[in-house]
Design a protein around this ligand. Structure first.
Ligand code: SAM
Length: 294
């Protein structure tokens, strides 16, 4: 088991397999990558995935960019070790055609980004008029059993904050969870950040039941026949205290923290040799970004 210097076990791996994307979301943090270089090749993905798996990592998430931009995605998944869970985070625009194949090669579930049910707002946020394809992608994922489908909604004040009920309506009765995500601080979008404390208070008032997940102390609200999770990374020392995640960037670097780019560990020099030392170097560089104030 990998344990970092702050006693946090590392059980989850998040691999960005490309920086390419067919959308251009106004808020996108691009998984914290600033200047990605050459796209990671499948051999290195597998070498790192197997090494992390041997060291106790149980869950892997494939992300991007848009991971479905890679035509070798099914092969990449197929060669992964037997993780307890393999999931993909996708914008869903190309998901409908490949959902069953992804299930066959071993994907357990998908997270699909969908911030609005309004086609005009969708085009404004993402730059493309493809809301229907995303909805088809979600439906086909449900049919294929890539469940529970998590619908990722980044909350943007004055743009989609009036649509939480519409999104609840969309997930109700489906094997789906609505994830309400706090906007990570981005310069000129500062005025779009929602008051997440007020939001959680209002969810708590309406909820029939609330569960708290160990990971990040994230709460799960059961209300009006829907399951809602709230993801609040900003200024949240709990988010960091319970962080069990390590990342690989789309150009093959181990990334100890989403919020930082000054402590990456390059693995592209490995050329088939054992990645253990580089993995330990990255693990030892981990420290909470938001620390508890004593
Ligand atoms: N292209 C894929 C997608 O759209 O899901 C995967 C990559 S995307 C960077 C991964 C997740 O990060 C999405 O759910 C997206 O909504 C979220 N995300 C991107 N920028 C963000 C920001 N500034 N604040 C909060 N979440 C963000």
């Amino acid at each position: 088991m990998l344990i970092d210097p702050y006693n946090r076990p590392i059980t989850n791996l998040r691999i960005a397999i490309t920086k390419r994307c067919n959308l251009n979301c106004i808020y996108c943090h691009r998984e914290g990558e600033d200047k990605p270089g050459k796209e990671i090749d499948p051999t290195l993905i597998h070498q790192l995935a197997h090494a992390f798996h041997e060291k106790g990592v149980r869950k892997v998430k494939i992300t991007g960019g848009e991971p479905l931009m890679r035509t070798d995605l099914p092969e990449i998944i197929n060669e992964l070790p037997e993780f307890e869970e393999i999931s993909i985070t996708t914008n869903g625009t190309m998901l409908a055609d490949i959902a069953y194949e992804l299930k066959e090669v071993g994907v357990n579930r998908v997270n699909v980004s969908l911030d609005t049910m309004d086609p005009d707002k969708y085009r404004y946020i993402t730059g493309k008029n493809v809301l229907d394809s995303v909805i088809d992608g979600i439906e086909e994922s449900l049919n294929a059993g890539l469940t529970p489908v998590k619908v990722n909604m980044v909350l943007l004040k004055g743009i989609n904050d009036d649509e939480i009920d519409a999104m609840m309506e969309f997930v109700r009765g489906k094997n789906a969870i609505l994830q309400l995500i706090e906007l990570l601080d981005f310069g000129d979008l500062e005025n779009r950040r929602m008051d997440m404390v007020a939001l959680e208070e209002s969810l708590a008032r309406r909820a029939d039941r609330i569960e708290e997940r160990y990971m990040h102390r994230r709460k799960k609200y059961y209300l009006d026949g829907c399951v809602i999770e709230v993801v609040r990374p900003m200024d949240n020392s709990h988010f960091c205290k319970y962080c069990n995640r390590i990342r690989i960037t789309s150009d093959g670097k181990i990334k100890p923290c989403l919020m930082r780019n000054d402590n990456l560990v390059d693995t592209t020099c490995l050329k088939g040799s054992d990645p253990s030392e580089l993995i330990m170097e990255a693990v030892n560089k981990r420290e909470p970004f938001f620390k508890e104030v004593k």
